[in-house]
Design a binder for this molecule. Structure first.
Ligand code: GDD
Ligand code: MN
Length: 365
């Protein structure tokens, strides 16, 4: 009886994401976008780079932006630093002195998190498009910025983000497997209506929409995802197209980093669930299932394992066999990657009870 219950839980746990992934892949992934892009659309763009202790990356980051083939007179760069304890602001200022680009370096006297800093920068931004990018991320090509902007030529599109490739192998093997699954979801959800998961490596928003939602949310961690979701809830598309890529440096303390990011996603989905009724219909489905996958689904797995363990201890050989099978399957990478992700999500849910990690510790890279 308990063994059957455990099996049922495990089945729901694995079948839900698999069914969702398969549905998106078959029905949506290869559909045309039906968004007319205008390659000649050249609005003024403000690129905001939030920094906290990015001395190692900031120069390379600014060079990366400078390399973009977008008209210089239509580009404004704002570095917003929050009381870094290293040479970040000075390095940025030195760079600003040497370039012909329009660069502003702003400093907050106190660190109050990334979203708070973005709002400070937003007050100074004059672009029609506000594009956020993390200091430690590199864009895959010189036309990444320009391509991102052309999606916004369509007035229905309110927000655009990139897909991500990890910079190195190793711990990144897990990361890579996870990313393939994950990127497929992002693109297909975008084609459906919007994806509720955005990336700070490149997140572009229409200025007037940012204003309409009162700027970036400062009381939760996933400012990028939540901002995009709020814009999608207003009836705009928030998309991750397949032609925008960022390369991301992976931190040495990989597990801690994954837990913190999961914490932020949990905060984001918990909040978004409350707003579900406002969502355009196709987005409601996406939001509901993603919330399920991030908030509830992981727990079915532990519950199943727990039930099997209990029945094994009371002498059930079937339960023991199933538990052993579950453990042996860990040798199979996609399964291991999946289970690891569930562990991150559960650890994150528990950690959220203690801290929201709004101003997180800088991980070494
Ligand atoms: N100004 C400012 N103030 N910038 C900050 C602060 C802060 O308090 N905290 C972090 N940043 C900057 C970092 O310097 C970096 O440029 C960017 O925000 C992202 O921070 P990382 O430390 O690199 O975090 P990540 O790679 O895990 O970030 C990802 O997840 C976050 C949510 O968990 C990105 O997608 C972020 O954009 C996202 O907010
Ligand atoms: Mn980062």
């Amino acid at each position: 009886m308990l063994t059957t219950a455990a099996l049922a839980l495990a089945l729901i746990h694995f079948a839900t994401p698999l069914a969702y992934y398969t549905y998106l892949k078959i029905t949506w992934l290869n559909k045309p976008w039906n968004i007319n892009r205008d390659p000649n659309y050249k609005p003024k763009v403000t690129v905001i780079v939030p920094t906290y202790n990015e001395a190692k990356f900031i120069e390379k980051k600014l060079e990366d932006i400078a390399r973009q083939n977008y008209p210089k007179e239509l580009l404004e760069i704002i570095v917003i630093d929050s009381a870094s304890t290293d040479a970040t602001p000075q390095t940025a200022k030195n760079w600003a002195q040497k370039t012909s680009l329009n660069v502003m370096v702003l400093e907050e006297p106190q660190r109050r998190g990334k979203a708070h800093a973005l709002n400070t920068a937003f007050k100074h931004a004059t672009g029609e498009i506000i594009l956020i990018t993390d200091a430690d991320a590199t864009w895959a090509t010189q036309d990444t910025l320009q391509k991102a902007v052309t999606w916004l030529a369509n007035p229905k599109v309110g927000a655009v983000t990139c897909l991500k490739k990890p910079a190195r192998k190793g711990a990144a093997a897990v990361e890579q497997g996870y990313r393939d699954y994950y990127n497929t979801l992002r693109i297909a959800e975008s084609k459906m209506w919007a994806t509720p998961i955005f990336h700070g490596e490149l997140a572009a928003f229409r200025r007037n929409l940012l204003q309409a939602i009162d700027g970036f949310p400062t009381d939760l961690g996933a400012d990028d995802s939540h901002t995009a979701t709020l814009i999608a809830l207003k009836g705009y598309r928030a998309i991750a197209p397949e032609d925008l890529w960022s390369i991301e440096a992976l931190p040495k303390e990989y597990h801690k980093w994954r837990v913190r990011r999961a914490q932020h996603l949990i905060q984001h989905f918990t909040r978004s669930l409350r707003l579900l009724r406002q969502a355009p219909k196709p987005f409601r489905k996406v939001l509901l299932i993603e919330a399920w996958l991030h908030l509830a689904n992981p727990w079915l797995l532990v519950l199943a394992a727990f039930l099997l363990l209990a029945t094994t201890l009371s002498g059930s050989l079937i339960a023991l066999a199933l538990l052993t099978l579950g453990a042996l399957l860990l040798a199979y990478k996609p399964y291991r990657t999946w289970v690891t992700m569930q562990l991150y999500l559960m650890a994150a849910a528990v950690r959220n009870l203690k801290t929201k990690e709004i101003a997180w510790e800088k991980e070494a890279k």
